[in-house]
Design a protein around this ligand. Structure first.
Ligand SMILES: NC(=O)c1ccc[n+]([C@@H]2O[C@H](COP(=O)([O-])OP(=O)(O)OC[C@H]3O[C@@H](n4cnc5c(N)ncnc54)[C@H](OP(=O)(O)O)[C@@H]3O)[C@@H](O)[C@H]2O)c1
Length: 251
């Protein structure tokens, strides 16, 4: 990957930030697309500082996305779309703004950004979207989050067939130890309950870089969760009826 150029969204926090750091360690030039300039400026990239730049863009601003290529260097060898959010609350408790923000940032803006960056992708570029195991299961209090991630996977899977000149990889993690939870559930009840099984973002970032190098199509972690969800998918409505409390663990 030495000397390549990657674009990373969500690179100011959590998993995205870990990915940026590890790309830099591999000798990659990184452009972080972020909405919060001071947050980016506060990050210490040490000796890699000159290899990372930030392009300002709020991923809810469609005009800013449409105009982004004027400020981005090309060619682009990869896009890692790690920006995302969710609100762990019932469908009726989501405000209109929260619902739209969830679909905008998790789904629509991936599509918009992909379309504007596409002409600048190198041959065989890697496009990675950070989705979630929530894409595979019905969950009370995470309906819009799960729906946005299921749709994101559907789009990526179709792109893999439509645009076979590129490498597409969907990353579907269970809970990760990141600031995501402070917004999803400010009471931190969910984060505290699942702290012991949370994925280490540093290790996941490492696995993602290996996945890019090996041209994997999917990363599903933790493996036990993905296997259980495969069984669940054999009779989802029945399991939801029999084991209802398990599908309400985000309340
Ligand atoms: N943490 C988990 O348990 C978990 C589990 C499964 C999947 N995921 C997925 O993993 C990905 C990374 O999340 P994370 O855990 O690293 O969360 P995080 O620490 O909260 O990071 C989310 C990133 O998205 C950026 N972002 C949000 N809204 C944006 C907007 N409108 N414009 C530009 N950037 C925006 C944030 O920027 P600001 O710093 O400016 O807010 C931040 O850099 C997300 O797609 C998430 O859905 C997370």
């Amino acid at each position: 990957m030495i000397g390549q150029h990657y674009i990373v969204t969500g690179g100011t926090s959590g998993l995205g930030l870990e990915i940026v750091k590890q790309l830099l360690e591999k000798g990659v030039f990184v452009t972080v697309i972020a909405r919060n300039e001071s947050k980016f400026n506060d990050i210490d990239f040490g000796s890699y500082q000159s290899k990372v730049t930030m392009v300002h863009c709020d991923l809810q601003n469609r005009e800013a996305i449409a105009n982004i290529t004027s400020t981005i260097k090309y060619p682009i060898n990869g896009l890692i779309y790690s920006s995302g959010l969710g609100y762990f609350k019932s469908v009726t408790h989501h405000s209109t703004e929260e619902m739209i923000e969830t679909y905008d940032v998790n789904l629509i803006s991936f599509n918009l950004l992909y379309n504007v960056l596409r002409p600048y992708f190198s041959k065989n570029a890697s496009i990675v979207s950070i989705s979630s195991q929530a894409a595979f299961v019905t969950q009370a209090n995470a309906a819009h989050y799960g729906a946005s991630k299921a749709a994101l996977n559907a789009v990526l899977n179709a792109l893999r067939i439509e645009e076979s000149q590129f490498h597409f990889m969907a990353v579907n993690p269970g809970p990760i130890k990141t600031p995501f939870h402070e917004k999803a559930d400010p009471s931190l009840k969910y984060a505290q309950k699942y702290e012991t099984v949370m994925i280490d973002p540093q290790q996941l970032a490492k696995d993602i870089l290996i996945g890019i190098i090996k041209r994997k199509r999917e990363i599903n972690q933790p493996k036990w969760m993905h296997s259980l969800l495969k069984i669940y998918q054999l009779a989802p409505r029945t399991f939801e009826q029999w084991l209802t409390p398990l599908f309400k663990n985000k309340s």
